[in-house]
Design a protein around this ligand. Structure first.
Ligand code: FES
Length: 109
């Protein structure tokens, strides 16, 4: 597991999102219903980042993650696209845990 240093996951609203870069890897951190999810900031439609505005990934109702490029909506829990040009595809989930107030992510070797 890799520590996301200088990031307090409890500072995120619930629901809320922010972006982090770990080395070269752009990530989306989501706090939702009391827990956290981490996805790569990589839309399965065109392989580009989802957001135009820093840290903003939720739709207006804060029910889904949204790609600002073409409006794809993704379930927060599983990252599955339920509307837009990549229905059925998924965001790439990164295993994570919050321990002692810090976010840890498990990156593939
Ligand atoms: S790039 Fe995300 S919906 Fe097109």
């Amino acid at each position: 597991m890799v520590l996301c240093a200088n990031f307090n996951p409890y500072n995120l609203e619930d629901p809320g999102t922010c972006e982090l870069t770990l080395g070269y890897l752009p990530l989306i951190v989501v706090r939702w219903q009391g827990s956290w999810r981490v996805y790569r900031n990589y839309c399965p439609h065109l392989g580009i980042g989802l957001n135009f505005v820093p840290d903003e990934f939720l739709d207006h109702e804060k029910n889904y993650l949204m790609c600002a490029n073409h409006g794809a909506l993704f379930e927060i829990d599983q990252g599955t696209c339920i509307a837009g040009p990549c229905v059925g595809q998924k965001l790439i989930a990164i295993p994570c845990e919050v321990s002692n107030g810090q976010l840890w992510v498990k990156l593939e070797q």
